[in-house]
Ligand binder design. Structure first.
Ligand code: ADP
Ligand code: MG
Length: 474
């Protein structure tokens, strides 16, 4: 198949020159990351890895992804409010997966006490690949939806400018002008600002809950700055700070270092390694509070792989979104095949199928952050080992999606410049705010395109596998 940039790719000397311009453009535009060596200092920083060229994305599929985002916002919100659904769906998982079980216990505990929180803020990112496997033309297929700490909305707001510069340098000014504007940082901040306003305490702050190693701080700063520009104060704290300095007053208002917190925006707390006993206690304190959590614990659970698999069962979407037949249809059209490995005949059958043809599936544990999934021979071996044990219920199986590869150059500090066969993953950011039972904001807030070399089965930008990209609509 003829590639989008075939002509450009023939002139390697021009590409080398463009790569030098590209790196400087990334630094100037603020497409930045701290270094591995010094993740908590900004004295010396580098550019976040990115593709030299934007990648082709069919316009119809791009528009389809945007069009279904408000539906996904509605769905995630509905799941988070459905105690019975979460209980039923996660029942088998929490028997074998300790992390999900601990989150679930906090969820139950706060419901038993009664929620103090009345304003809810969801920021999610629904990720897709364009499947060329069975379907022709390619089809938009959801990989997963991230309901906690969905990142790169900030840097994605600055990446198109870099690719525009590169295309101009390569003699493609018309193509440069066609790159779409994209500002998820602003969209995310609009949601946070709305939740802050509805919380209704003008002196209260927004607290970003951040990880120990803060390599991706510039991505977060893009959102922070949008809030400061709206005269909303932002503080950055760790779970440890909440444990040591956090408290609730008589009406369960949250105070940290004496400052009232209106909104807690989690950029941490999504993997087991984020927690020790004190951090779990801090998490419970936050969840019990009146502050708007983004996400609250129920919404985090709504983003588990087990929930995703359960959504694909016939009838589930209809029950969760009664009266929204069109939304259900749009959502279902993006689902790939998803299979439960629960103990029983259904699980036995799909386990046997996957052991027989492992290359057609991905085996996923209940984990976030990339690098956890199993493929091919490894999938077969693990499934063979656990197929007769309840341990298998901590995983789900998914059809493997087959995107069309394209040639690109992945620009990374200290890596030699070379052409790679690449595949891309498109993410759409969703933002919504609910006050009581009323949804007061529901938007698609922008997009993120990430690209990686085909030889890497798994892993995101933070994991050092994928790089930032810009869609070029075709
Ligand atoms: P995580 O929560 O770790 O990000 P994902 O479900 O997003 O988990 O999977 C991680 C990566 O694995 C994705 O970014 C994608 O590259 C790859 N992947 C996941 N599911 C599939 C699939 N069904 N087909 C092909 N690749 C997949
Ligand atoms: Mg992912």
């Amino acid at each position: 198949m003829a590639g989008l940039w075939d002509e450009v790719l023939r002139d390697e000397a021009a590409l080398r020159q463009a790569a030098v311009v590209a790196v400087d453009a990334a630094l100037l535009e603020g497409v930045l990351m701290r270094t591995d060596a010094e993740p908590n200092a900004s004295e010396v920083v580098s550019y976040a890895p990115f593709t030299l060229l934007p990648s082709a994305v069919p316009r119809a599929l791009f528009e389809q992804a945007y069009a279904v985002q408000q539906d996904f916002n509605l769905l995630v919100d509905a799941i988070s409010r459905d105690k019975e659904f979460l209980e039923r769906t996660l029942a088998s998982t929490i028997k074998v997966d300790d992390f999900t079980a601990r989150l679930f216990r906090i969820h139950q505990q706060v419901l038993e006490e009664g929620l103090a929180q009345s304003v809810f803020l969801g920021i999610n990112r629904s990720d897709y690949m364009l499947d060329c496997g069975a379907a022709s033309p390619p089809a938009l297929k959801q990989i997963e939806i991230n309901t906690i700490a969905a990142s790169f909305g900030g840097l994605a707001s600055r990446t198109a400018a870099v690719h525009g510069r590169v295309l101009r340098v390569l003699g493609k000014p018309e193509e440069a002008a066609r790159l779409l504007p994209n500002n998820p940082a602003r969209g995310l901040a609009v949601g946070i600002a709305k939740a802050w306003e509805l919380y209704g305490s003008p002196s209260a702050v927004v607290m970003f809950l951040v990880e120990k190693a803060q390599r991706n701080i510039f991505d977060q700063r893009c959102v922070e700055n949008e809030l400061w520009d709206r005269n909303i104060r932002v503080i950055r704290r760790r779970f440890r700070d909440v444990f040591e300095q956090g408290s609730l007053d008589g009406t369960r208002r949250l105070y940290v270092d004496g400052q009232e917190v209106a909104v807690v925006y989690y950029r941490e707390g999504y993997v087991p390694s984020n927690y020790d006993q004190q951090n779990w206690e801090a998490r419970l304190l936050l969840e019990r509070s009146r502050a708007v959590k983004c996400p609250d614990i129920a919404t985090q659970l709504a983003g588990t792989k087990k929930v995703q698999q359960e959504l694909s069962r016939p009838g589930t979407l209809e029950k969760l979104l009664p009266g929204h037949a069109d939304a259900v249809r749009r959502i279902r059209a993006t689902f790939a095949g998803l299979y439960s490995l629960d103990v029983g005949e259904e699980g036995d059958r799909i386990a046997a199928t996957a052991i027989a043809s492992p290359e057609q599936f991905v085996l996923k544990p209940q984990r976030e952050g990339g690098g956890n999934n199993l493929y091919g021979e490894e999938l077969r071996q693990v499934l063979e080992r656990i197929k007769d044990s309840p341990e298998r219920t901590s995983y789900i199986l998914m059809d493997k999606i087959q995107p069309q590869p394209a040639v690109n150059y992945l620009l990374r500090a200290r890596s030699p410049l070379k052409a790679s066969e690449c595949i891309s993953e498109l993410g759409i950011f969703g933002v919504y705010v609910r006050q009581g039972t009323e949804l007061v904001l529901n938007e698609a807030a922008g997009h993120l395109l990430r690209t990686k070399a085909v030889e890497h089965a798994d892993g995101g930008v933070a994991a050092g596998v994928a790089v930032l990209d810009t869609p070029y609509l075709v």
